[in-house]
Design a protein around this ligand. Structure first.
Ligand code: ADP
Ligand code: MG
Ligand code: ZN
Length: 476
């Protein structure tokens, strides 16, 4: 058999850091970049004699995510202790939810793929600390201990690397649109553990899975899944039995390193958290949160495409609330949809891509971009001059009018100056003019180029061309 005779089955577990200002069970600030071990207290360090207290904001954010993912929220859920040994886990256990999660049975639609992935559960838990390895020693930073996480577990409904990628990107968008998580993958706010198995096509039973721990980039997820599936197919072809295993992804060698034969629930010695009561949520709370949900990316995409945006533009606006806000700001300041689309979605996106910057870092505010668009519309700027002005505004953070003057970019609309320039160019190029009169009318392009150079590109080429034609026909 060949790899095309197998089906790949994928289920994804995602840990998203909730955007709270304090930790899950204590009042310490969530500030993972702070000086190591400065955002800690007896509770998150797991000292004896302390009691955890639940962070309401984290619960609210969890419910928000659950509702947006179409999950049913359990009116009663429970906390559990999950035990394992690790130097970055000072308590020796993690407080999580096990048999009774916050929410269950949701789904996420993959954009453009006509496919829904079922979500098995969403539960809340706390993060562990961080180990910092160097060649000679390992240091531990407990600032991340107790940071609130939502774990979102899919059903094994994903069938390809592309679908896995689309699922993660859409989930990330949803969480960001909700304000539930910053979901920056590089910053560890959004970590994925893919579970992968393969089976011969037509087979109904699922094969044993490989689980890959804590991946921090879309690329690692793609490559890890590809590798796991390829390995499994090879083993099956060689007649080997696949044993459920947990792996680490070695980014450099692009290899899976077995970490352990899959732990079972018994290995974690789960038991109910004795220090916390069950988490009770009321119907009224759920209704209130439901009413506060923003428009989600899927709905926004549909709305924009319905309003004649290209699929690509709709995607940009749906992907980042900031882009849509900026766009709305341009419309408020008088730009048309077409103008806003050109200057924000094409020109600005190009500038930012070139500089590897985000819109948040962009120094031009919507009102100033609208002013630039206005100058262009009034003929005070030519298109190339407008582009130059936008780049300069992005560099210096100054206003459109001020910089247009400072850089002397205003278009020459003075008929007198246009005529003077055109006359001069005609005088300087008698040969070209003669050829023009002999019928080689395309010489006009050359003369136009000369004029534009003299005017430093700041005139409307159409007006200059008309002027040249007039003078040439007069001079015949
Ligand atoms: P655990 O904590 O043991 O990893 P979970 O239930 O949290 O178990 O997660 C299991 C994940 O693995 C889910 O996303 C599920 O869809 C996926 N999964 C389960 N069985 C398979 C399988 N045979 N092949 C691929 N994915 C699977
Ligand atoms: Mg798992
Ligand atoms: Zn603390």
């Amino acid at each position: 058999m060949q790899s095309k005779d197998y089906e790949i089955i994928i289920g994804l577990e995602v840990h998203a850091q909730l955007a709270t200002s304090s930790k899950m069970f204590c009042r310490c600030a969530v500030d993972v970049d702070a000086k190591p071990n400065t955002k800690v207290c007896p509770i998150c360090l797991g000292l004896p004699g302390v009691l955890p207290q639940v962070n309401d904001q984290a619960i609210k954010l969890g419910i928000r995510a659950a509702l947006a993912l179409g999950c049913s929220v359990n009116l009663e859920s429970r906390w559990a202790r999950k035990h394992y040994f690790s130097p970055d886990l000072p308590k020796g256990y993690q407080i999580t939810q096990y048999e009774y999660p916050l929410a269950e049975h949701g789904e996420l639609e993959l954009p453009g793929m006509n496919k829904k992935v079922r979500i098995r559960r969403l539960h809340l838990e706390e993060d562990a600390g961080k180990l910092i390895h160097s060649t000679r020693k390992t240091l531990v930073d407990f600032n991340r201990c107790g940071v609130p996480l939502a774990e979102i577990v899919s059903e094994p409904d994903i069938r390809s690397v592309e679908e896995a990628d689309a699922y993660l990107k859409e989930l990330r968008l949803v969480l960001r649109a909700l304000g539930v998580s910053e979901a920056e993958m590089e910053r560890g706010h959004f970590r994925c553990e893919p579970n992968i198995s393969v089976r011969p096509k037509g087979e109904a039973e699922l094969g044993a899975r490989s689980e890959i721990k804590n991946l921090n980039s879309f690329k690692a997820v793609r490559e890890g899944i590809e590798r796991a599936a390829k390995d499994q197919i090879e083993w099956l072809e060689a007649g080997k039995e696949i044993v459920q295993t947990t792996y680490l992804w070695d980014e450099k060698l692009r290899e899976l390193r077995p970490m352990r034969a899959k732990e079972t629930a018994a290995d974690y010695r789960y038991f109910p958290e004795p220090d916390l009561p069950p988490l009770i949520i009321t119907e009224a709370e759920i209704a209130e949160i439901k009413a506060s949900l923003p428009e989600l990316p899927a709905a926004k995409r549909k709305r924009l495409i319905g309003a004649d945006f290209s699929e690509q533009d709709a995607e940009v606006l749906a992907a980042e609330p900031r882009w849509e806000e900026y766009f709305a700001g341009l419309l408020d300041a008088g730009a048309s949809i077409k103008e806003a689309s050109t200057w924000l979605l094409n020109e600005t996106r190009g500038i930012l891509a070139e500089r590897k910057e985000t819109l948040a870092e962009f120094k031009v505010v919507p009102d100033e971009m609208a002013a630039l668009i206005g100058f262009l519309r009034e003929g005070k700027l030519t298109r190339p001059a407008a582009k130059e002005l936008l780049t300069a505004m992005a560099d210096k953070g100054k206003g459109a009018a001020e910089l247009m003057e400072e850089l002397d970019l205003e278009a020459v609309s003075d008929e007198g100056l246009l005529e003077e320039t055109a006359r001069k160019v005609i005088e300087e190029n008698p040969d070209a003019c003669e050829r023009y009169h002999k019928g080689k009318t395309n010489v006009i392009g050359f003369l136009l180029g000369r004029c534009m150079a003299k005017l430093r590109g700041k005139a409307d080429p159409k007006a200059v061309r008309e002027m040249l034609m007039r003078l040439l026909s007069e001079g015949k």
